[in-house]
Design a protein around this ligand. Sequence first.
Ligand code: HBI
Length: 97
Amino acid sequence: MAVEQLSEEERDSWLRALPKWLSCRDGAAIERKFEFSDFSEAFSFMTRVAMIAETRDHHPEWFNVYNRVEITLTTHDAGGLSLRDVKMARKIDALLA
Ligand code: HBI
């Protein structure tokens, strides 16, 4: 199923609803940085995100060193930001709520 890139207006509107996420790559992606108490907490979080990614068939670009995790979301199939990224960001935020 073709997935559409969000318009600039849609992107800006969704970014207001995702205050912990920053727009990056000239609007083609969103990113959020996380810091946990230790590596075990960080990796446990990554494991939960990985399960969501598999369930939704939508996978993050991420970086981890010790207790820090950085997640970037973009939709390769759309060549930019799509609703899949927004929904994934909301799911990730819900893990920490
Ligand atoms: N994950 N972030 C991201 N972007 C995609 O376009 C994507 C994905 N995971 C799987 C996926 N696309 C499949 O639809 C195939 O295109 C690999």
